[in-house]
Design a protein. Structure first.
Length: 134
């Protein structure tokens, strides 16, 4: 997926609440990304709006042109929406064997597009459209 997006002209960045060692591990994968960053490397972490502002700087894009993808509404999507006044993509669902067991054996993930209208309060979710999953 990252290769297809990069070939289509999208800039891809990876940033998360991780130790500095995660950056080197991700670089070694050779993914076609514009930047790799960790909260330890930046000295700030999600859900701080400074974290999301730094993503905009590193990607060299206006916040309205950035699609943020995360697996947690509280620590990923809602703070990004608040910092950038935009929507995001939330992926949820069982991950890994132990999570599947707790979820009754269901596999896969569900992804939801989360958008907000001009009249919405920062951080409020106006719509959740199921994009994929069981």
């Amino acid at each position: 997926m990252p290769s297809r997006l990069a070939r289509a002209g999208y800039r891809i960045g990876i940033a998360g609440n991780q130790p500095i060692e995660a950056e080197a591990a991700l670089h070694q994968l050779g993914l076609p990304v514009s930047f790799v960053a960790s909260s330890a490397g930046w000295g700030m972490e999600k859900p701080s709006t400074l974290f999301y502002e730094r993503i905009a700087v590193e990607s060299d894009l206006e916040p309205g042109r950035i699609a943020y993808v995360g697996d947690r509404l509280d620590n990923d999507i809602l703070p990004a929406m608040q910092a950038w006044n935009m929507g995001g993509l939330h992926s949820e669902g069982p991950v890994g064997p132990s999570s599947r067991a707790r979820a009754g054996g269901r596999q896969g993930r569900r992804a939801y597009r989360i958008s907000r209208g001009a009249s919405s309060r920062p951080g409020s979710v106006r719509a959740r459209d199921k994009l994929a999953g069981p």
